[in-house]
Design a protein around this ligand. Structure first.
Ligand code: NI
Length: 493
């Protein structure tokens, strides 16, 4: 992945209004009402986006693709979506269409099922980015929800994007016209060989006839990957189907231009490999080591002496790092000589390692907020371990140490989850509701009403409005004599 400057561009600011979608907890809303809320919210935010435009316009943004994250919480469901943001509005509008479709399908499915118990419905989406040539990227979306044809359900959608031409590319364009039949043959042979008892031959043929095979093909720096959702060309038992073909294996089928592109593709190295994560899980599950790890957390008392009468709070920022807002927050904290705690999402850490480094260098604490922001209570032990360890390792690669605290997404956890994670789970007592109100003044009012000595204040460094709300809150709290410390300092870890 390209490591480039993480400054917010003009286009991103313009788009902020489009992506705001608010869900009010406690209210039962139909899919249509929710979409209506989206439209209203978009209108309400127009003025704000314009105001910020002047601030953002002189910043330079060298990064082709940014990551954005949205979360919605209601009484009966949790949604977490991360998606790419491009400089081109045309590309973004297609991503927006896709996002809305996914949300619509989820909300529709939710209203169609009779909930057997109090368990929450959940939808988590994430994406993987592969640079496969000059200005050419593969983006692979993954949806995880229990509300789909069967449960749990994983669905993949792959897009190839040309950031220079500002368009999505059909993967079948990579092949010579006369080779398309051979490509289909190669894939058919491979699915048949791997899933002999589950292959739906007629479904596969229909895809090919309709010219849709390209929808399921993408490229990485080393392979052509063919990825079919569960049920598409195989029986459900087979799960989602993923086949890999080395570049060399398919080179003769490619157009000259694509052969050259893939040839020149740099090796993509993700921050953490699956093998490393598995190793780390293995290591920690050795009984002896675990004790040491736990001892380290509670070990030496590093709490600074508090002067009598001194009031302290911990400001916490979830769901980042963000391409521009995290740094704005760092600047604000610096002005007040304040230390904060950032509960980071691993997939964004991988996107913005420079920001992570800066947060650490400036003396703030970094906590684990999982890799993809799922509701951990809905996850298997294996998934919980993966979410936590991959994020631990990604942060360690950047700052040289692993987080010692974690915050469960949505604050949703239980004893079982906490025992698997093996770190103190950090909640909050001041909820600014910044993700919902998107209003600096409302953030300040919540801070004023709820903060007391020893409070842990919850904010999200992914929203523009939170930056402004933090500025107001810092001014107010410091005027009230509060000092701003990290969570571990406050709790005496
Ligand atoms: Ni969160």
């Amino acid at each position: 992945m390209k490591k480039l400057l993480a400054a917010l561009g003009l286009v991103l600011t313009l788009l902020v209004g489009f992506f705001i979608f608010s869900v009010y907890s406690g209210e039962e809303q139909s899919a249509e009402n929710q979409q209506e809320a989206l439209t209203q919210e978009t209108k309400r935010d127009d003025s704000l986006s314009e105001a910020e435009l002047t601030v953002a316009s002189d910043e330079t943004d060298n990064q082709d693709i940014h990551i954005n994250r949205e979360e919605y919480q209601a009484d009966d469901y949790h949604i977490s979506m991360s998606y790419p943001v491009f400089k081109s509005e045309q590309l973004n509008s297609q991503i927006k269409d896709y996002k809305e479709q996914v949300i619509d399908e989820f909300l529709q499915a939710k209203s169609d099922v009779n909930k057997p118990d109090d368990s929450l419905h959940y939808l988590t989406t994430s994406f993987e980015l592969n640079e496969i040539g000059d200005n050419l990227y593969s983006i692979i979306f993954e949806e995880f929800s229990e509300l789909a044809p069967t449960s749990p359900y994983t669905q993949n959608k792959a897009l190839i994007v040309d950031t220079e031409a500002q368009e999505f590319v059909d993967a079948s364009e990579a092949f010579n016209q006369e080779s398309l039949e051979d490509v289909a043959g190669l894939i058919r042979q491979s699915v048949e060989a791997e899933y002999p008892d589950y292959f739906f031959s007629a479904e596969f043929d229909r895809l090919v006839e309709n010219g849709r095979l390209g929808d399921y093909i993408y490229f990485t720096d080393t392979d052509m990957v063919v990825s079919f959702s569960q049920y598409l060309v195989t029986a459900g038992t087979a799960g989602p189907v993923s086949l890999e073909f080395a570049h060399d294996e398919i080179k003769h089928l490619l157009t000259e231009e694509w052969a050259a592109q893939l040839e020149s593709a740099d090796d993509n190295t993700s921050l953490v490999s699956d093998e490393e994560v598995e190793e780390a899980i293995e290591e920690e599950s050795q009984p002896g080591d675990q004790e040491i790890a736990l001892e380290d957390q509670t070990g030496e008392d590093t709490t600074q002496e508090t002067e009598p009468g001194q009031k302290r709070v911990a400001l916490t920022f979830d769901d980042g790092p963000h391409g521009s807002n995290t740094e704005k927050i760092l600047n604000l904290l610096d002005q007040y000589d304040a230390k904060g705690t950032f509960f980071m999402v691993g997939s964004s850490v991988e996107f913005y390692p420079e920001v992570v480094e800066k947060v650490h260098k400036e003396g703030h604490e970094i906590g684990n907020h999982t890799w993809n922001h799922p509701d951990l209570v809905t996850q298997s032990n294996e998934q919980i371990n993966f979410e936590i360890y991959s994020t631990d390792l990604a942060i360690e690669k950047v700052i040289g140490e692993r987080p010692t605290i974690y915050r469960p997404p949505y604050g949703s956890t239980n004893e079982h989850v906490n025992s698997i994670v093996g770190k103190p789970s950090i909640m909050w007592d001041v909820d600014t509701l910044d993700w919902k109100n998107r209003n600096p003044q409302a953030i300040l009012e919540n801070v004023k009403a709820q903060t007391q000595n020893g409070s842990i204040i919850l904010m999200h460094d992914i929203h523009d409005t939170t930056v402004e709300g933090l500025a107001l809150s810092l001014e107010y709290l410091s005027s009230q004599g509060y000092e701003f410390v990290t969570v571990s300092e406050l709790n005496g870890y």
